[in-house]
Each structure stands twice: as structure tokens, then as C-alpha cells.
Design a binder for this molecule. Structure first.
Ligand code: R5P
Length: 317
């Protein structure tokens, strides 16, 4: 019996492409709402099946999470044999510890809720931190879109170019890009001031007269990338910066911020619909290039369905 794919509301096109490339079937998922806004999903055609629910937690964040939980529950109650939540983007992963007294650990709460709703296994694309695995009570596979992005970026990262981590948390990620592209790494030291403001001034590495590729797991408000570009340009990098991130949330004023920066190319994946408003080509006319993770997810679903190892598709930590 082929794998059964169930699509969350933000992922219809992605799931269609994954189904075609993995020879999987799509199960019907009807997402109705009660007049007060309560979601009422109905999933059919999954009894006894190996089911992959493709949904994430992108904006609107709370709605997306509730949708995913209810769809998982519908699959469990509908008699699915095995349920995997395939999450192109796992939000709340930045809340992996209490940064200040009184905070919640959001990542743990979401992970527990997913398992409680029926997910027997999670597949997450480039999670913010590998620490997420330890918070999940069910097995989690962390797969990566870095090779997809690195392939697309290669022509714009010539000899002498440097891969830049825009904060210390992105160093491992930058090393993965650098190793695929055969380049060196520089690091910007960033301090977060608030949800949409960061401060960056120190740079470790030589960027003078060189082209730079900034890589991050996600771009939310664009504050991190904007600050890193400022530091790079002040240090003499060629002011035609290439930027890449797996998750292009691009919320709030990201379009204006990044639109005004000396960016030559901005590349993200379709792990979240580009820009909260889903405007074609990116919000506010910001030229955003989108590389699809459909072939990656098709490979993941195919291998898991056949009980094969994911090996080369996994994030190496
Ligand atoms: C934080 O550690 C993440 O890796 C990203 O750098 C951050 O979440 C990006 O957010 P923003 O675009 O709002 O600066």
C-alpha cells in the first residue's frame, strides 16, 4: 500500500509535488470551520495506512499549531497504522530553554502536544537547534535543505568568497555550507535586544574585498541579517551580499529592511509560504528566490515508507 500524504492548509502545492515525486497517495483532508472560528478537520482514506501529515507552525502560528494537532488526532481516530508529522518548519524551537526567569519552554510544550495528539514520529527540516530532539518524546528525524540551497548558491559564491554566520548559533550551519562550497567561515557576534531588534558589531574573520554569503536557519524580521550586512560592509566586504536561509518567514518590516540592504540575492525554501502574506516573489516586492524542498521530502517519505535509513538527508551536528 503506498504512503498516504495529508496536507495542512499552507502546504497544498508542496504536498502535491511530494506525492507525485514519491508515488504516494494524497488522503482527503477537509478543513471546515465553525462560525466562531473553531477548526473542524475531517481526514478520510487513511485507515490502516502509513500516514505523513505535512504541516508546519508558520504564521499564523497558533492557528497552524492547532490545525496540525487536530489533523493528527483525526488521523489517529481514523485508524491510521503509523503517523508521521512532517514539519517543513517547526516554530517555537527558539524557545528551547528559559532565557529569563518566568519564561516558558515553548519548544517542549509544542513537542509534547504533537506526541499527545498522535504523532508517532516527527520529521523536521533544519530545526533551529538540534536540542529539539531531546525534547521530543517520540523519534525525530532532522533533515536538511542545506545541500539544496548550497547547489543553488554555488555560482554566486566564487573563489575567495566567505560564508558568514550572522550569530554564534549559526556557526555549525555556516560550516556545513562552507564545507559543501569549499569556502572559509566568518562569524558576526550578535546580541538580541528584543524580538525585532538585534545589536551586532564584532566580526571574526577576514572579509575585506571579498564576496560574502550569509546563512541562517531562518529569517523572521530580518533584523539579524540587516545587522550582519552592516558589519560586513563596514569591514570591507563587497557590498553585493548573498543571503540564504531555509525558513523565510519574512514577517513585519523584513521586506523594507532587507529591500534597503545591499543584497545581490536572497534565497529561501518553500518550508513556509514566502512572506506571511504569501505575496508572489516575496512580501513588499522584495525579490526572494524560492528553492523547493519537495524533492527532499519526497525522498524522506519514500525512504521512511520503505523503512530505509535517511543517512545523507540528515542534519549533521
Ligand atoms: C536566531 O538565533 C535565529 O537563528 C535567527 O537568526 C533569528 O531567529 C532571525 O530572526 P530575525 O530575522 O527576526 O532577526
Amino acid at each position: 500500500m503506498p504512503a498516504r500524504l495529508v496536507s495542512g492548509s499552507a502546504y497544498a502545492a508542496l504536498v502535491q509535488a511530494v506525492a507525485a515525486a514519491s508515488a504516494s497517495d494524497e488522503a482527503a483532508c477537509d478543513l471546515q470551520r465553525f462560525p466562531d472560528g473553531e477548526l473542524r478537520p475531517t481526514v478520510t482514506g487513511i485507515r490502516g495506512g502509513d500516514v505523513y501529515v505535512v504541516a508546519g507552525t508558520g504564521p499564523p502560528v497558533s492557528d497552524s499549531i492547532v490545525e496540525l494537532l487536530l489533523v493528527l488526532d483525526a488521523c489517529r481516530r481514523g485508524g491510521a497504522e503509523r503517523i508521521t508529522a512532517v514539519m517543513p518548519y517547526f516554530g517555537y524551537a527558539r524557545q528551547d530553554r528559559r532565557g529569563r526567569p518566568g519564561e516558558a519552554v515553548g519548544a517542549r510544550v509544542v513537542a509534547d502536544a504533537l506526541a499527545g495528539a498522535g504523532a508517532q514520529r516527527l520529521v523536521v527540516v533544519d530545526p533551529h537547534t538540534p536540542a529539539l530532539e531531546a525534547m521530543c518524546g517520540v523519534p525525530m528525524e532532522m533533515v536538511t535543505a542545506v545541500p539544496v540551497l548550497a547547489r543553488a548558491l554555488a555560482p554566486d559564491v566564487p573563489d575567495g568568497a566567505v560564508v558568514v554566520a550572522p550569530d554564534l548559533g549559526a556557526v555549525k550551519l555556516a560550516e556545513r555550507y562552507a564545507s559543501l562550497l569549499g569556502r572559509t567561515v566568518a562569524v558576526v557576534r550578535k546580541t538580541r535586544v528584543s524580538g525585532d531588534a538585534v545589536h551586532a558589531e564584532e566580526l571574526v574573520g577576514d572579509v575585506a574585498g571579498r564576496r560574502a554569503l550569509i546563512v541562517d536557519d531562518m529569517i523572521s524580521t530580518g533584523g539579524t541579517i540587516e545587522a550582519a550586512i552592516r558589519v560586513l560592509v563596514a569591514a570591507g566586504a563587497v557590498p553585493e551580499i548573498v543571503v540564504a536561509a531555509t525558513h523565510g518567514l519574512l514577517v513585519g518590516t523584513a521586506a523594507e529592511r532587507l529591500g534597503a540592504a545591499p543584497i545581490r540575492r536572497l534565497v529561501v525554501t518553500d518550508s513556509v509560504p514566502t512572506g506571511a502574506a504569501g505575496a508572489p516573489g516575496g512580501p513588499g516586492g522584495l525579490p526572494v528566490e524560492v528553492q523547493s524542498i519537495a524533492p527532499l521530502l519526497a525522498d524522506v517519505v519514500g525512504r521512511l515508507h520503505r523503512d530505509e535509513e535517511l543517512a545523507d538527508l540528515l542534519v549533521r551536528t
